[in-house]
Design a protein around this ligand. Sequence first.
Ligand code: AMP
Length: 182
Amino acid sequence: MPPTKLSLCVFCGSRSGRSARFGAAARALGELIARRDWRLVYGAGDVGIMGEVARAAQHAGADVFGVIPTHLMQAEAGKRDIGQLVVTETMHERKKIMFTNSDVIVVLPGGAGTLDEFFEVLTWRQIGLHARPIYLLDIDGFWQPLVALVDHVIAQGFADPSLRSFFTTVETVEELEATLGA
Ligand code: AMP
C-alpha cells in the first residue's frame, strides 16, 4: 500500500552554509513535517542542512524515508537510524526513487548537487513528465540569483515564460505551510 501521508521531497545542501538561518529553516521544516504528520523524503545524509532537517523531523516523530547511493554512505554519513533507508547503486537511481516517492518538492539552500536536483525536477516538469509542485525555500533571498537566471533565460528566448510558473518561491517555513494548506 502506498503511504497516504503527504510526502515532501527535500533537496538541500550537504554543507551548512554561512548563515545560521539556513540550519534554523531546515530544523523548522523538519519540525513542520512531523507536526503535520507528513513524510520526509531526502538524500539520507547526516551532514550539513540535510542532517538538520532529518534530525529535526526524526526527533519530532516524523516518518523519514532516505535514499543514498552506496558510494556516499561514508562521505554524507548515511543515516541508518531512519524509518526507511534505501541504498542505491547510482545517483540517478537515488533521484528517481526520491522523486517517485514524493508528492511535493521543497528546495532549501544548497550547492551544485541541490541545483542539479532542482533543475532535474524543473525540466521534467517543463516537458510534462509530472505536475508536482516545486517550492524554493528562499531563506534570506538565497535563491534570488537563481530566479533572476531563470527570468534571464526566458527573456533571452531560451525558455517559454511558463517555466517560471513551474516553481514557487516562499520566504519562510510558515509561508510554505500556509501554501501547502490543510
Ligand atoms: P550539495 O548541494 O552540493 O551539497 O548537494 C546536495 C545533495 O545533492 C547531496 O546529497 C549530493 O550527494 C547530491 N548530489 C550532488 N551531485 C549530484 C548529482 N549530480 N546528481 C544527484 N545528486 C547530486
